[in-house]
Each structure stands twice: as structure tokens, then as C-alpha cells.
Design a protein around this ligand. Structure first.
Ligand SMILES: Nc1nc2c(c(=O)[nH]1)N[C@H]1C(S)=C(S)[C@@H](COP(=O)(O)O)O[C@H]1N2
Ligand SMILES: [Mo]
Length: 407
């Protein structure tokens, strides 16, 4: 998908023709070309730290999660691309992080199956492995209400990793699932003993039992040594520290399923809403950033739990006109997708917004459209509204807060 094209020459204000002239850069700053080019002073006079076993970040980088008692949010505004560094992956725990000895780990699969079995971690790793990049997003991933909020604070409960493990369907051939089984229960081994009922169709579609994240063993916070991965489905169903799968023919109606994740659509109460709806946000510029007039590359991420991002549109005039943004290839299904759009800001106050359409044709709604569709009992889950940023005359960027009461 191609957006507005701009040549390097026009971006640099005609620098190629008049080399000595002042250069208008893409951030609007006036740079002076250097007169004599001398190489920088030798920076290698002092010998730095020697090679080490495990690396650390540069001391100049300070990107961190934002933890509370129950969750920790990814600093999405710091992301240059779509893989979340494992130590910045968001966390959501109901009873902390258990310590599980991988040598004692076992996954039990039983219930409506011909051959109930226990799989050690070693067993799981012997099956043909698959690697897949996808996002995880908590169903409660929405905050608003004040101007001074960062992308991390608004929707930092989503991250993306490259996950490796075995397709659940592979294991199900081993145990021989009863064709009459329609649901299975996934159970974690943390103190919360989190359990969720999942339709068997997902098990045979793209569900995975994963033990690796971005090329290394899954981090303890992400479910070490093994978690269930249900691409595109609400974070809560991606059971961490997975210890048991039981096959049956109806949902178990666990604690998570009796009230929390239900919401009303008009008159109808939606009991199970597994798929995460398409969503996007501009992460640059965003609060607390500051921009200057001139060319600004608007950057953001978009995703859908139903498949690929089809297009992202950006508006730089408060939603009156929309332009197509460039999507960074490859565009993967059920994955964060980076978008970019080159904007020339004239210095007047305005609002910038992004809106994604996924491959099913679903268009990201406004908060008002969500309110209209769901009525007063809309609750605080599965909210994916368009986020608008106000760019003020002084270049400061602020969230445009909207009225929203979390029930
Ligand atoms: N066993 C177990 N699995 C769990 C949870 C939990 O508390 N215990 N939290 C769930 C919720 S609500 C979410 S949003 C995701 C978060 O995954 P992450 O912490 O790897 O980002 O894990 C889910 N799986
Ligand atoms: Mo969640």
C-alpha cells in the first residue's frame, strides 16, 4: 500500500541543488552544512567492557514498562518496529509469577480423548516445531480521561513476540480427541489457577503450545516454561504456566466466563468474545512529545485479531480527510503492523488520528460508535476506539480525552 510519495530532494528543501544553502530538514530545523569535514576524534582511547555472557542495554536507553500490582505496560511509544523486546512485553498476572522447574513440568491432556497423556517439556520439544509472530492483547486494554497520557498508559497491554512451540493439533492427534468434543478447558498452574473454556475448533485451527519467545525460552512472566497461544484471541485465553487441557462438550463457565468478559451489544449480551477487534494508534508524535513545523513522519501500529491489516488511514485535520499510510512489509495475520505517513505540518493546532481496516472489512470505530452499538452496559472490555492526538501551536502533543466511565 503506497501513501503520498516525496522525494529526498523535496524533503531536504532542495539541498541537492544548492549545497551551501541552509537546509530545511524533515523536523523543520535549519541545519548548517559543514565547511571542512574532519573525522571525529578517536573515541577508542579507553578500552570498554570486555565481551560478556549476557548483554545489557546501552546506559543511555531508558525504555521501561509501567508496572502496577496486577500488570505492567509496554512502552509502545518507544518501539521502532513490531517485535517487543521480551523484557518489555506487557504482563498481566492474577496471582504473581510462579517458579516452575522445567524438569518437573508436565502437561496433562485428558477428558473426551481416546488416550489421555502427560507430556514433559522434553516430549513437547520433540514434536515438529512451528514459529509464529503474533500479538497478545488484554481485553481490558483501554484507558482515557486526561490529556497527559502516553500510548503506554492508553493501551500498553499489548505486545508482540515471535513464538515457537508445537501446534496443539499435533498433540491432539496423539491423544485422539473425541469428535463429539466441542470445548476444552485450559488451566494454569499459578496460584490463581486461571482456567478458560475454548472451542475445539480453535485447537484445530492455529492454537499453539509455546515454549520459546523471540528465540529464547519464554520469560517467567510470559508463562515459563509453557503457555497456550491463541493467535488473535483475548489475552486472558492465552493461559500461562499451562498444566492441563481437558476436553468436553460444553463450556465450563469458569470465574472469568461468568461475568467479567461479557458485554452488551444493543439488547444482546455477548458471553464469549474471543477475537480482538482491529485497532491502531499513532505512537509518533504522541504525548509527551513535541514537534516542529515541517515534515513529520507519523508512525504507529495497527493490528487485528481476525487476520491481516488491510489498510491504515491517517487524518491530520481532526477526521475530515483521510489518507492512506504506508504499511511496513511483511504484513502478518493477527500481528502488529507498523505504519508510516509523511505529513507536512503548517504549525496550526490540529488533531491527528489513525483508523485501521482489517481484511474482513471491519473498520476501527470511534468511542461514540462503540457506545452507540453497545448501550449503557458496554463495560470496560474489548474497547478499540480511534485515538486522537491534539497537536498544539507550540508543537506539544496531547491525548484528546473522551468521556468514558469504566464499569
Ligand atoms: N495462568 C495464568 N494465565 C494467564 C493469566 C494469569 O494471571 N494466569 N493472565 C491472563 C491475562 S488476563 C492476560 S492479558 C495474558 C497476559 O499475558 P502476558 O503477561 O504474557 O502479557 O495472560 C493471561 N494468562
Ligand atoms: Mo487480560
Amino acid at each position: 500500500m503506497q501513501g503520498k510519495k516525496i522525494s529526498r530532494r523535496s524533503l531536504l528543501g532542495g539541498a541537492a541543488v544548492a549545497t551551501v544553502a541552509l537546509v530545511q530538514t524533515s523536523v523543520g530545523k535549519v541545519l548548517q552544512p559543514i565547511q571542512t569535514a574532519t573525522p571525529p576524534e578517536d573515541p577508542t582511547k579507553t578500552v570498554g567492557p570486555l565481551p560478556s555472557k549476557v548483554g545489557t542495554r546501552s546506559p543511555f536507553e531508558n525504555s521501561v514498562r509501567k508496572p502496577s500490582d496486577i500488570s505492567s505496560r509496554t512502552p509502545l511509544q518507544d518501539m521502532y518496529s513490531t517485535i517487543t523486546p521480551a523484557d518489555l512485553h506487557f504482563e498481566r498476572h492474577h496471582a504473581g509469577i510462579p517458579t516452575i522447574d522445567p524438569n518437573k513440568y508436565e502437561l496433562l491432556i485428558h477428558g473426551m480423548v481416546k488416550r489421555p497423556m502427560k507430556f514433559s517439556l522434553h516430549d513437547l520439544k520433540r514434536f515438529p516445531a512451528v514459529t509464529r509472530t503474533c500479538f497478545i492483547e488484554c481485553a481490558g486494554n483501554f484507558r482515557t480521561g486526561k490529556e497527559d497520557m502516553t500510548p503506554q498508559e492508553i493501551l500498553g497491554l499489548t505486545s508482540q513476540s515471535e513464538w515457537t512451540g508445537v501446534m496443539l493439533s499435533t498433540l491432539l492427534r496423539e491423544v485422539g480427541v473425541d469428535p463429539k468434543s466441542t470445548w476444552f478447558l485450559a488451566e494454569g498452574s499459578d496460584a490463581a489457577i486461571l482456567t478458560r473454556s475454548i472451542p475445539v475448533s480453535k485447537a484445530f485451527d492455529d492454537a499453539m503450545i509455546v515454549y520459546a519467545q523471540n528465540g529464547e525460552a519464554i520469560r517467567p512472566a510470559q508463562g515459563y516454561p509453557v503457555r497456550l497461544l491463541l493467535p488473535g484471541w483475548e489475552g486472558n485465553t492465552n493461559v500461562k504456566w499451562l498444566r492441563r487441557l481437558e476436553f468436553g462438550d460444553q463450556p465450563w463457565m469458569t470465574r472469568e466466563e461468568t461475568s467479567k468478559y461479557t458485554y452488551q451489544v444493543g439488547e444482546k449480551v455477548r458471553q464469549f468474545s474471543f477475537e480482538m477487534d482491529a485497532r491502531s494508534i499513532i505512537i509518533y508524535p504522541s504525548y509527551p512529545g513535541k514537534v516542529e513545523p515541517g515534515y513529520i513522519e507519523i508512525r504507529g501500529i495497527a493490528w487485528s485479531g481476525r487476520g491481516k491489516v488491510n489498510k491504515v488511514e491517517v487524518s491530520t485535520d481532526g477526521g475530515k480527510n483521510w489518507e492512506i499510510a504506508n504499511l511496513q512489509e511483511p504484513v502478518l495475520s493477527k500481528a502488529h503492523t507498523y505504519f508510516r505517513y509523511l505529513w507536512h505540518w503548517d504549525g496550526r493546532q490540529t488533531e491527528i488520528l489513525s483508523r485501521v481496516t482489517d481484511e474482513t472489512g471491519y473498520i476501527q470505530p470511534t468511542l461514540q460508535q462503540l457506545k452507540d452499538a453497545r448501550g449503557p452496559e458496554m463495560g470496560g472490555y474489548h474497547l478499540n476506539p480511534i485515538t486522537a492526538w491534539t497537536v498544539k501551536r507550540d508543537g506539544s502533543v496531547w491525548l484528546k480525552p473522551e468521556e468514558f466511565k469504566k464499569l
